[in-house]
Design a protein around this ligand. Structure first.
Ligand code: AMP
Length: 171
């Protein structure tokens, strides 16, 4: 099964000049959804993961599937002011301006082996900020996994301290 065939390109979303990689066309297809989950799992099944951290919001989908398959816990990283209890915050630079993400302070403990998951690696700023949150809580980032990698944006240069894997790449 050629998973890239199930990704829809949406030009000029959410703003002009961006080609949005839409995974809803993959998610709605039973065999493509199952094959993606299994392929992501095969990349990590040998690792001693205790927590899977997913980044809001598309990182929650396969992140939760991976956590269940690995028999690990699942931790959401969210946009500011969404999580109800005490949080750690990390801001990061966007193409224009700044954004921030948050994680519950008690979500990760020292000694946790963490798989970080998101749907897509672009410039790497979001994943780097997520790693900083995980490490602030005392966790070790064992691997960062993505469904899609936009290789031409060179996001891996932000993540040189960590192993990175992706399923579908665009050069
Ligand atoms: P970055 O921090 O630049 O690596 O951006 C990664 C985050 O932005 C991920 O959570 C992606 O879901 C989202 N994102 C960035 N670019 C795209 C794109 N072209 N299509 C879909 N999502 C994107």
């Amino acid at each position: 099964m050629h998973l890239a065939d199930f990704i829809r390109n949406v030009p000029d979303f959410p703003k002009k000049g961006i080609i949005f990689k839409d995974i809803t066309t993959l998610l709605k297809h039973p065999e493509a959804f199952q094959a993606t989950a299994q392929a992501l799992f095969e990349q990590v099944r040998h690792l001693p993961i205790t927590k899977v951290v997913g980044i809001e919001s598309r990182g929650f989908i396969f992140g939760a599937v991976l956590a269940e398959k690995l028999r690990a816990g699942f931790v959401p990283i969210r946009k500011p002011n969404k999580l109800p209890a005490a949080v750690y915050s990390q801001s990061y630079t966007l193409e224009y301006g700044q954004d921030a993400i948050q994680m519950h302070q008690d979500a990760i403990q020292p000694g946790d082996y963490v798989l970080l998951h998101d749907d897509l690696l672009a410039t790497g700023g979001t994943a780097k900020a997520a790693c900083q949150l995980i490490e602030q809580a005392g966790g070790k980032v064992v691997l960062i996994s993505f469904v899609i990698e936009l290789v031409f944006l060179n996001g891996r240069k932000e993540l040189t301290d960590y192993p990175v894997q992706s399923l579908i790449t665009y050069s």
